[in-house]
Write a protein that binds this ligand. Structure first.
Ligand code: FMN
Length: 169
């Protein structure tokens, strides 16, 4: 698939078939995350994969939407901020790196016929506790993943004329 077609096809999917996702497909999605670029190639990410019903249920304390919890796979993109590159003015790039990895994964999943949906609206303290995350590890986002039961919504984006600035703002 051409890249622009893939980018247009990726959509937030909020309903999944219960069919398990073959491990080979999950591994390909994780590999897409691993191949992502990162500032100074620090690769500060960790990918936490939940497939067991009990693990997915634990997430309910931090994010209670059934459509997400019932997906056969949930992947969390975590970052180790101390490992990430920090710019001279103190800006740490861990979250940028983690977001790129997540984007690679959601696009790869789309290419494989799988649905995903970025989730950022979780309760962070509850999530940390539910999954017993170590100190220094932050969750950038997570995504349910499975075979989609619905088509995504049509793309609603502002036109290029409003967001592209050439030579100067
Ligand atoms: C960083 C980020 C956080 C998001 N958090 C949530 C979320 O918590 N819950 C949700 O249902 N969708 C979430 N989304 C999905 C967006 O609502 C969705 O990407 C946007 O409306 C565009 O739709 P599309 O993904 O179908 O193109 C998030 C997306 C991003 C990029």
């Amino acid at each position: 698939m051409r890249f622009l077609d893939l980018a247009a096809k990726r959509a937030s999917i909020r309903s999944y078939e219960p069919t398990p996702v073959p491990t080979e497909l999950v591994d390909q999605v994780l590999e897409a995350g691993r191949l992502a670029p990162s500032a100074c190639n620090r690769q500060p990410w960790h990918f936490l994969v939940l497939t067991e019903a009990e693990s997915r249920k634990r997430l309910a304390e931090a994010y209670s939407k059934d459509w997400c919890l019932n997906a056969p796979v949930i992947i969390l993109v975590c970052v180790e901020t101390a490992k990430a590159w920090t710019r001279r003015d103190g800006v740490n790039y861990a979250w940028v790196d983690g977001a790129i990895a997540m984007d690679h994964m959601t696009l790869c999943a789309t290419d494989l016929g799988l649905g995903t949906c970025w989730i950022g609206a979780f309760q962070n303290d509850k999530l940390r506790e539910a999954l017993q995350l170590p100190q220094g590890i932050e969750v950038v986002a997570f995504t349910p993943m499975g075979f989609p039961k619905e088509a995504g919504a049509p793309k609603n984006r502002v036109p290029l004329e409003l967001i592209v600035h050439r030579e100067r703002w």
